[in-house]
Ligand binder design. Structure first.
Ligand code: ADP
Ligand code: GLC
Length: 486
């Protein structure tokens, strides 16, 4: 089974969020399960520098409005570092070699030509499916998020015998849709008929996300709960009607944990290794972390942490509101994150006012994320919405019990600790109402459990032993591909 995965970021080369973790872990998991998988990525500098054995495959000839012939865009082929998965890169310096991030410049302004930059990704995926590389032609294209969402539209446009190769489109986050003025459509070289309610048109605008949702043979999201939630107005971001229409072709497949990167038994980035049966290393991680952060070494005080983009989605103003209550109950708190300036300032002020109890590190730091998760007792993920969420999965794996809101993938992965679940399936703390009070009452339960060492350890060990790798998800994707190919 020859499968092409198309996406914009991939760990460890380029990462802005969980999408990269998934893009880095799913292909090797699918290959381990027997599929012939390759990935297609934009030729951003870290991709060109990180992919090994790069050789040219073909000159690209996309529609002239999309990328003029004199720009000399090429397709390269190489291998991903570590896992060795074959990778295609779109070498188009005018689009991908820029100062700033993959989607926006250093001042966080989205690039004016993002519609062209990412349409080229979808176009190239379709071109591969139509034989661009004579040595390897995918039978199915799997596109991720809005950046790759036009792949199914281009496949549909170029269908020779009326039936394009099948495609899967995975929504990692419906809130980021890739919407551009309707006038941007003309340059893409897609048939005029696609600029329609039954196509990529969305209230007069061009929507990449809608192209993926409309033209893909099957849509997946990264958890079953999110697949249901986006079919209702509250979380449908204006696309719930289309998603309800396509409900028969929409399903949720939960993300896993890349255990080559996130496993406390082998993690070289943390102060000491540990596993469910030997937790002494976790205590050493906590001691080292408190020292690193300059937090008071208070016996028995549980340490709550956050590792997150600071955005509206993540509900972190609830944490800010709850901090005085958490501190009054003796807990300590540490955060790693960046994003919204008001949240950054709020957390920084809280840390400045209470350096013994609160530590805040603003910015992006992959290795500190490991140390923080390994050394903490509880990880907070109080999201307003959450397609899957990975940090709570890392928390489970590291015995750092997640305290989450019951929404999306958080609801599907964390089992609340109650009297009737403590001996059976409890792995964390779950609250319903999106409010600081809801969070505080779950924190109270976390604190009560933390005070009962034996019970805490039982829940912690269960969380750590819960099956967590990518094998199950890979099997589910393979079953879906098989069904679409038959
Ligand atoms: P999302 O993709 O919505 O941001 P996820 O929980 O799926 O949420 O994935 C977030 C990923 O980004 C995790 O791997 C997490 O460790 C990482 N991450 C988030 N913020 C930071 C940060 N400031 N520094 C390092 N890693 C971060
Ligand atoms: C998105 C979602 C997050 C999910 C990640 C990977 O960024 O916000 O919930 O875990 O994609 O699928």
């Amino acid at each position: 089974m020859r499968i092409l995965q198309a996406c914009a970021e991939l760990f460890p080369l380029l990462k802005t969020g969980g999408l990269a973790d998934v893009a880095g872990a799913l292909p090797p998991a699918l290959r381990a399960a027997g599929a012939d998988v390759r990935v297609l990525l934009p030729g951003f500098r870290p991709m060109l520098e990180g992919v090994t054995e790069l050789t040219p495959v073909a000159e690209l000839d996309p529609p002239a409005g999309l990328c003029p012939p004199e720009s000399g865009a090429r397709l390269l082929r190489g291998r991903l570092p570590a896992c060795g998965t074959p990778a295609y890169l779109i070498d188009a310096p005018r689009f991908y070699l820029r100062e700033g991030g993959p989607y926006a410049d250093d001042a966080h302004r989205p690039y004016a030509d993002n519609h062209l930059r990412f349409a080229l990704l979808g176009w190239a995926a379709a071109a591969l499916a139509h034989g661009l590389d004579p040595d390897w032609q995918p039978e199915l294209v799997h596109a991720h998020d809005w950046h790759a969402a036009l792949a199914p539209a281009y496949l549909n446009a170029a269908a020779r015998d009326g039936k394009p190769p099948p495609s899967v489109f995975t929504v990692h986050n419906l809130a980021y849709q890739g919407v551009f003025p309707g006038s941007a459509f003309a340059a893409l070289g897609l048939p005029d008929a696609q600029f329609d309610m039954h196509g990529v048109e969305f209230h007069g605008q061009l929507s990449f996300m809608k192209g993926g949702l409309y033209f893909a043979d099957h849509i997946t999201t990264v958890s079953p709960s999110y697949a249901r939630e986006i079919q209702a107005p509250e979380q449908g971001c204006g696309l719930d009607g289309l998603l309800r229409d396509r409900a028969h072709a929409l399903s949720g497949i939960l993300n896993g944990v890349d255990e080559t990167v996130w496993d406390p038994a082998t993690d070289a980035l943390i102060a000491a290794r540990y596993e469910a049966g030997h937790l002494a290393g976790k205590r050493r991680c906590k001691t080292a972390l408190l020292r690193e952060l300059g937090l008071a070494r208070t016996a028995r005080a549980p340490l709550f942490c956050v590792v997150s983009r600071l955005t509206e989605q993540k509900g972190l103003h609830l944490v800010l509101q709850a901090l005085p209550a958490l501190r009054a109950r003796g807990a300590q708190f540490a955060l790693l994150g960046s994003g919204d300036p008001a949240l950054e300032a709020g957390f920084a002020d809280a840390a400045a006012a209470d350096p013994d109890g609160i530590a805040v590190r603003l910015g992006y730091d992959e290795s500190f994320a490991h140390r923080l998760i390994a050394g903490s007792d509880v990880i907070l993920v109080p999201s307003r919405f959450e397609p899957c969420g990975l940090t709570q999965l890392y928390g489970l794996k590291y015995g750092t019990l997640p305290l989450v809101r019951r929404v999306g993938g958080l609801a599907d992965t964390v089992a609340d600790t109650r009297l009737e679940t403590i001996d059976t399936d409890a792995t964390g703390f779950v609250f319903d109402r999106f409010s600081a009070d809801g969070l505080i009452s779950a924190a109270d339960r976390a604190l009560a459990l933390h005070a009962r060492k034996a019970d805490w350890k039982r829940v912690q060990q269960r969380a750590m032993q819960r099956p967590s790798g990518w094998g199950r998800a890979a099997d589910e994707y393979l079953a879906l591909y098989r069904q679409l190919l038959s």
